[in-house]
Ligand binder design. Structure first.
Ligand SMILES: Nc1nc2c(ncn2[C@@H]2O[C@H](COP(=O)(O)OP(=O)(O)OP(=O)(O)O)[C@@H](O)[C@H]2O)c(=O)[nH]1
Ligand SMILES: [Mg+2]
Length: 468
């Protein structure tokens, strides 16, 4: 969303930019804490291995098994539309997706590391662990000052990997998010100035001015400042942690390295700059930051929407993509000109955070199908962005085989261009089969982080062509 603001409401974007510091700090600290979790787990593994190679951790709690569907599932282009946007109806059809994805959750707590001995971990790593321990509290404080604590739902994201912090049943806590009840913009403003900003938005409706926010006025700023101080004092250790060969070996072995680096909101490569006391986020940082939206956010753009109609006001609604929030989209469907649908096509080998059994690409295609079939949207121009092409390219370059996850891809070349073309065709087939009325298929391959100016061009074309 930040990309849209950057392209169309730059002054507003600039105003909010410094407030993003807390979000970016939170992104950074979350990455470090994730690494510390893996490291802690690996240290306990390596010490128990050195004592008794086959013994398991005494603190290990049993993990429930996840029911898995059979060998592969199919995204159908033939079936009738699902009546809700949360539907995950599967049937035989076009794109076959393998259920057994990368196996990242299949790690056994008892599984030893395949260290080429000796273990790359030592007391130095325990020291780093200790020195970075204050970042746990920093994460909690930042989440609190951004408003999450008051609204976080008790939602769990399936079975946790062994290194993840879990409740007694082995379930992982949900990803940090800011809901529209507080409004992330409000949270940002609060962090920036402690100002009791107007509360806006309400979950699942277009009403404004709801005041169900429960926070202490002015609390955010001091907490964010303290967090920034601690982060600055931990900068060297964070950099050392990320640069450490032993840590990198653990992350690589646990398939965490690329997941972290290619994941959203990754700032560890910029740790020195981001952790500095005088850090001010750049435009690029804000675009790269991850702040999950839950609910619906409203944006107004006046000028610059298009050259031919500079004074027209544009309303843009950004909806949270999480499964539990999709029904909140409906109130917006009856009165819009265009719907921009972003489908991250690099996610063909990933699972939903909300349900680790569901492939992300498959999920996108199913929502796309529901959107295409909706009679409420029959006259709305649908614009499809097949996004995260840069990550798709990276993944393929490091040897990930698409056909291993999307079995229907068959023997087509394992090249980003061909893969993107194939995925685009799947979305197009669904569009053509399920649109209640004849309409043109508009789709664009995008990488919003890498080429935001290209995106800007695309958007201009789209708005001029379709919304006037
Ligand atoms: N590398 C890369 N990262 C991207 C791209 N598009 C988005 N991201 C990153 O993905 C993260 C999530 O982006 P958001 O726009 O917040 O995601 P969202 O789809 O709104 O997700 P919800 O708010 O949960 O619905 C951010 O860290 C972005 O920088 C892309 O094309 N390439
Ligand atoms: Mg969002």
């Amino acid at each position: 969303m930040a990309d849209f603001q950057l392209a169309y409401a730059y002054s507003q974007f600039k105003e909010e930019r410094s407030a993003w510091r807390a979000v970016i700090h939170l992104n950074l600290v979350r990455s470090v804490n994730t690494i510390l979790d893996v490291l802690g787990w690996a240290l306990s593994r390596s010490s128990s291995q050195s004592q008794s190679p086959r013994s398991s951790s005494p603190t290990r709690s049993p993990r429930p098994s996840v029911a898995r569907p059979s060998t592969s599932t199919t995204v159908s282009a033939n079936r009738g539309a699902s009546s809700t946007l949360t539907g995950t109806t599967l049937s035989s059809g076009d794109m076959l997706i393998q259920d057994d994805l990368d196996g990242e959750d299949d790690l056994d707590d008892d599984e030893p590391f395949n260290w080429s001995s000796p273990s790359p971990l030592s007391d130095r790593h325990r020291l780093l662990q200790l020195r970075l321990a204050p970042l746990r509290q920093v994460q909690r404080d930042l989440e609190r000052s951004l408003g999450a604590a008051t609204t976080e739902a008790q939602e769990y994201a399936g079975t946790a990997a062994p290194w993840e912090r879990c409740d007694g049943a082995g379930r992982r806590p949900r990803e940090f998010s800011v809901t529209s009840r507080t409004g992330w913009k409000t949270a940002l403003r609060r962090v920036k100035s402690g100002y009791n900003a107007a509360r806006r938005g309400s979950f699942g409706s277009r009403e404004e001015g709801k005041t169900d926010l429960n926070y202490v006025e002015g609390e955010g700023e001091p907490q964010a400042q303290t967090a920034a101080e601690i982060i600055a004092s931990c900068a060297e250790d964070m950099a050392a942690l990320w640069a450490d060969a032993g840590v990198q070996a653990v992350l690589t072995q646990r398939k965490m390295k690329t997941r972290l680096e290619e994941g959203p909101g990754f700032f560890l490569n910029d740790v020195v700059r981001v952790a500095a006391r005088d850090y001010e986020p750049s435009d690029e940082d804000v675009v790269r930051a991850r702040l999950r939206t839950m609910g619906v956010q409203e944006y107004r753009f006046r000028k610059g929407a298009c050259r031919l109609d500079a004074d027209r006001e544009w309303m843009l609604y950004d909806v949270g993509g999480a499964r539990s929030l999709r029904n909140a989209w409906y109130p917006y469907f009856d009165d819009i000109n265009a719907l921009i649908f972003l489908a991250p096509i690099s996610c063909f080998d990933e699972r939903l955070a909300e349900d680790r059994r569901v492939n992300r690409l498959q999920d996108s295609l199913l929502i796309w199908k529901a959107v295409c079939s909706s009679t409420l949207l029959a006259k709305v121009q649908l614009i499809l962005f097949l996004n995260k092409c840069d990550l798709l390219e990276k993944k393929i370059q490091r040897g990930v085989q698409v056909s291993q996850y999307v079995t229907s891809y068959g023997t087509r070349p394992n090249e980003a261009k061909a893969v993107a073309k194939y995925f685009r065709q799947q979305f197009k087939d669904v569009f053509l089969k399920h649109s209640p009325e004849k309409r043109t298929f508009y789709s664009y391959l995008t990488s919003v982080v890498v080429c935001r100016f290209a995106l800007r061009g695309v958007l201009k074309l789209t708005f001029i062509g379709q919304l006037q």
